[in-house]
Design a protein around this ligand. Structure first.
Ligand code: ZN
Length: 508
């Protein structure tokens, strides 16, 4: 019996590793596709991606896998597993049940569709032509609706998609969270908007910021954060992203705009936050599906923590502003640290989500959340999206896009079929403020630590408390073990009110 268990476990591990290796190969192909693969190679590459994904899909839904899961779920064999492989069995079961309900040919068609759709989206965005992308988007929505029917759902159909990115999240909970945010953030935005004083950030746009110098500074900050360049690299792509193969190879991208200083830098810090998470997952989870972030929301909490809470703080820049001025002496000539800090925190209802400030950001997410809910519940048509988008922008943010490029076509997510993903950004903001509240208490003087540029200590704390666990703990378990609480949006609201009342001299 003992021999059978050992031999079976060995074969199961081989299968788990094989699936992981296919996924790693796919990640390299996706990275290549997005960072400069020649246009004429895209269609051919899509076929290779389709074939490899089908193979990984076939393995994770095979009879062999089902037999292993049935065997290791039996009490006697389950008890002999270590905690990692007990969690691997659970994870494989989840994936098996989810995938098994989708016919293999349907899945292949979908993978090919989405990888083609991404380059069509890119061209549609560049040429400002939604009608070029809309036939693809219609098909992608249609596939998702069919998937939900096959997977099943409880309550709202959108719940199934939400749960995939943030286990346990539902439309009901999210509606309440957005309600709480709306109650206090909308008046905050309004109060700031009505002020005569607004920070001057014109130096970010009127000067020419050479991309090579921007890259130099991004690389330096990533290094200070503890991002390992022996286990990653920074490249340029249309839309910044992080892609992970193993903790030893976690790559990030950014996009340099010569006449917009802050975009590339804060994208680099943001993606760096994601990458730190993946680089510091415990090696005991290597080659398993647990060697990744536990949910998109917790992932976003890491990127947002570094980008906003650390990267846009006064203390951070009191350490690094001089270094920045050395790289761009003329561009920042006569700009004081105080002025610079206010400029990077300017609150302004704007059109582009990735450029949005911390205060208005969640309103951008709310728009996408409402549109996705309506699309999945077949309450709106894809063709009507440019109009609906513009109406909602006007309603929540008081601004209206002049074209589709800065409106409905701005985000890559829908071309990849990632419905249910956007709310992760707001969940990430909420978690990051909760984590910040905790981490401040863990150090004698947190502010001094940041002023001294000792970011490695922060990275290590996050590594020990969050990163190392990978997917071994659920998002709720991580949050509870770190903060002692469940999700609670009031920390984010308090953080925003405290920070911005100082910057804008408000009476709250
Ligand atoms: Zn992110």
């Amino acid at each position: 019996m003992e021999r059978t268990f050992k031999a079976t476990l060995q074969s199961f591990k081989e299968l788990v590793h094989k699936i992981k290796y296919y996924n790693e190969a796919l990640a390299v192909l996706f990275w290549d596709l997005r960072t400069g693969a020649p246009k004429k190679g895209i269609a051919g590459r899509a076929k290779v991606i389709g074939m490899l994904s089908t193979e990984a899909f076939r393995l994770s839904t095979s009879i062999e896998m089902e037999d292993f899961l049935n065997y290791f779920e039996q009490k006697e064999s389950n008890e002999k597993l270590d905690k990692v492989y007990r969690a691997v069995v659970q994870e494989c079961r989840k994936e098996f049940d989810r995938s098994k309900k989708i016919p293999a040919e349907m899945y292949t068609e979908y993978v090919i569709l989405t990888s083609e759709a991404e380059s069509v989206w890119e061209e549609a965005k560049n040429t400002n032509n939604f009608s070029m992308f809309s036939p693809y988007l219609e098909k992608i929505v249609d596939y998702n609706c069919r998937f939900i029917e096959l997977w099943g759902y409880e309550g709202n159909k959108y719940n199934t998609l939400l749960d995939y990115y943030e286990p346990g999240m539902t439309v009901d909970k999210l509606d309440r969270i957005f309600e709480q945010l709306r109650e206090r953030i909308v008046p905050l935005v309004q109060q700031i908007k009505n002020l005569r004083y607004q920070p001057d950030d014109s130096m970010f746009f009127r000067n020419y910021f050479a991309p090579a110098k921007q890259e130099e500074f991004s690389l330096a900050i990533l290094d200070k954060m503890g991002y390992s360049f022996d286990a990653g690299r920074l490249d340029e792509s249309e839309h910044p992203f992080t892609i992970g193969m193993t903790p030893g190879d976690i790559r990030i991208t950014t996009h340099y705009y010569p006449h917009n200083f802050s975009s590339a830098l804060f994208s680099s810090i943001h993606e760096g936050g994601h990458a730190l998470y993946e680089q510091n997952i415990s090696c005991e989870l290597d080659d398993t599906p647990l060697s990744t972030g536990t949910s998109m929301g917790i992932h976003e909490s890491q990127s947002r923590f570094w980008e906003n809470i650390i990267g846009r703080s006064y203390n951070f820049w009191s350490c690094y502003y001089e270094d920045l001025q050395k790289i761009f002496p003329e561009e920042f000539m006569g700009v004081s640290l105080e002025e610079f800090h206010k400029a990077i925190n300017k609150v302004e209802p704007s059109l582009i989500r990735v450029e949005a400030d911390e205060v208005t950001y969640n309103l951008h997410v709310m728009i996408r959340y409402e549109i996705e809910k309506a699309l999945i519940n077949k309450e709106v048509q894809v063709a009507a999206l440019p109009r609906i988008w513009n109406e909602k922008m006007k309603e929540y943010l008081g601004v209206e896009p002049k074209d589709e490029k800065e409106g409905v076509l701005q985000d890559v997510h829908w071309s990849g079929g990632s419905f249910g993903y956007f709310p992760s950004y707001t969940l990430g903001n909420i978690y990051s403020a909760q984590i910040y509240n905790t981490i401040r208490k863990q150090f004698d003087d947190f502010d001094e630590l940041i002023k001294a540029g000792e970011l490695i200590k922060i990275k290590e704390w996050l590594g020990q408390n969050i990163h190392k666990h990978g997917k071994l703990l659920t998002p709720a378990e991580i949050l509870k073990s770190v903060t002692g609480e469940e999700i609670n949006p009031s920390y984010l609201i308090d953080y925003l009110e405290n920070k911005y009342k100082k910057i804008y001299n408000l009476n709250i």
